[in-house]
Design a binder for this molecule. Structure first.
Ligand code: NDP
Length: 260
């Protein structure tokens, strides 16, 4: 039987791939035979993740990159392309949440700017480099590309006290839908993944708070918080040819949190 999820010969970049959800996606991509470049700000964390994935026998490399710095993204993209020869998929997963959560009426707009830069512009700049490369390849007779952004259920729920984060992820959904329309004719799809409450560094503080856990848990029908491994299968599907007819979508992975 043809292996519909065999990613041999494919190359993907996963930003924020050195931990959390990004590492969960990178691990599954590598397992399906995809060569993966994981990008993160923290060099040691990135090197540790590369070693871990290499130990599974996969083709993996790491790049130190800050997605809020355009020169850093350009350098990382050029280095990845030089090392791996092509880029078929770009998983823009790196993101940050509000440091100052609390009433909107007290919000400092510097915080808004920080989130919009990292969560929207940082994704758009990476996607632009990837799309230029993918469109050029399509014009040369090889039409295939996958753009995947990690958004959040905060983009579709009322993310009270974290409205700047919700706004940045909502903007991301709209941006991805727009480029999905533009790029489809080149064989490039663009989709967003919307995680619910997932156990990672980002949520560690909230999930260590007993009162918070008690309040949120009953809202999750599958009765557990998510883990990075819950994102592996979706990443492989999106990277494969099997997802060719799906674009511009927001794919919710939240244990049913947003429907309850
Ligand atoms: P983590 O904090 O574990 O991971 C965040 C990742 O993003 C890290 O790898 C980090 O790298 C990277 N990163 C952050 N800022 C930058 C930057 N400026 N440049 C490059 N890399 C950066 O959190 P998650 O795994 O939970 O988050 C992954 C994505 O999932 C984010 O976009 C987040 O908004 C989204 N999400 C998470 C949810 C959850 O419940 N955990 C829910 C909904 C959405 P480094 O450590 O090297 O800085």
């Amino acid at each position: 039987m043809t292996q519909i999820f065999d990613l041999s010969g494919r190359v993907a970049i996963v930003t924020g791939g050195n931990g959390g959800i990004g590492l969960g996606m990178a691990e599954a991509l590598v397992g399906a035979g995809c060569a993966v470049s994981i990008w993160g700000r923290n060099r040691e964390k990135t090197e540790a993740a590369v070693s871990r994935l290499k130990a599974t026998g996969g083709q993996v490399e790491g790049r130190t990159c800050d997605v809020t710095d355009p020169a850093s993204i350009e350098a990382a993209f050029a280095a990845t392309l030089a090392a791996l020869g092509r880029v078929d998929g770009f998983f823009a997963n790196a993101g940050v949440t509000g440091e100052s959560k609390g009433p909107f009426v007290d919000r400092d707009f510097g915080e808004w700017q920080r989130l919009m830069t990292a969560n929207v512009e940082g994704v758009a700049r990476g996607f632009q480099l990837a799309a230029r490369h993918m469109v050029a390849r399509a014009k040369a007779g090889d039409p295939f590309g996958r753009l995947v952004a990690t958004s959040s259920v905060a983009s579709i729920e009322g993310a009270a006290y974290n409205e700047h984060y919700g706004a940045s992820k909502g903007a991301l959904n709209a941006f991805v839908r727009a480029i999905a329309v533009e790029l489809a004719r080149h064989g490039i799809t663009a989709n967003t993944i919307l995680p619910g409450w997932i156990e990672t560094d980002m949520t560690a503080r909230a999930l260590a708070d007993e009162k918070f856990v008690k309040a949120v848990s009953p809202r999750i029908p599958v009765r557990r918080f998510g883990t990075p491994a819950d994102f592996g299968g979706m990443a492989v599907f999106l990277m494969s040819r099997s997802s060719s007819y799906m674009t511009g979508q927001t794919l919710v992975i939240d244990g049913g949190y947003s429907i309850f």
